[in-house]
Design a protein around this ligand. Sequence first.
Ligand SMILES: Nc1nc2c(ncn2[C@@H]2O[C@H](COP(=O)(O)OP(=O)(O)OP(=O)(O)O)[C@@H](O)[C@H]2O)c(=O)[nH]1
Ligand SMILES: [Mg+2]
Length: 172
Amino acid sequence: MQLSLWDTAGQERFHALGPIYYRDADGALLVYDITDEQSFAKVKNWVRELRKIVGNDIAITIAGNKIDLEKSRHVKEKEALAYAESVGATHYHTSAKLNKGLDDAFVELSTKMMKNKASAGGGAGLGAGRAGGRGGRSRPGGAKKLQLVDDMPGAGGGGGAGAKASGGGGCC
Ligand SMILES: Nc1nc2c(ncn2[C@@H]2O[C@H](COP(=O)(O)OP(=O)(O)OP(=O)(O)O)[C@@H](O)[C@H]2O)c(=O)[nH]1
Ligand SMILES: [Mg+2]
């Protein structure tokens, strides 16, 4: 099985390119900066967009990053947790600076993605192409490949790294 990570630039001017990366994604890691309320709002926009375009089978994990700056927190922890739960996402507290929480977030997201694959009855087991894959990229019984696309829209300043996975054989 192969896990591919894609990380796109967060600038708004690249936003239109998003679907190229997430269209066939199996998972997304959306990262906001706990000191920046706007970055959290952008995560909400991403969730809406992903649910609308990719659907409900995309696994979403949300990370509140920069917990080393807890004193400057502007996004209420309770609100973030409640929001994540409300959209069926898992929430992690992370610090890229201190390397905290990231492994857990990635492992949990990858696990969710694999479980989704398995329960979708991909035939070849974990990592097989998306069942009924979008864009004709499913690979029933074919090479076991799980592509994780790390993407992050607009949440600059450590705001939104995102991870995405796709059962497809390449981003574009
Ligand atoms: N204190 C602190 N700073 C961080 C952390 N993570 C990232 N940063 C800083 O935040 C700034 C932005 O980080 P990036 O990794 O460029 O953020 P990004 O969201 O990928 O930005 P774009 O790719 O431009 O969208 C940099 O100065 C990082 O050093 C963290 O956990 N703690
Ligand atoms: Mg970046």
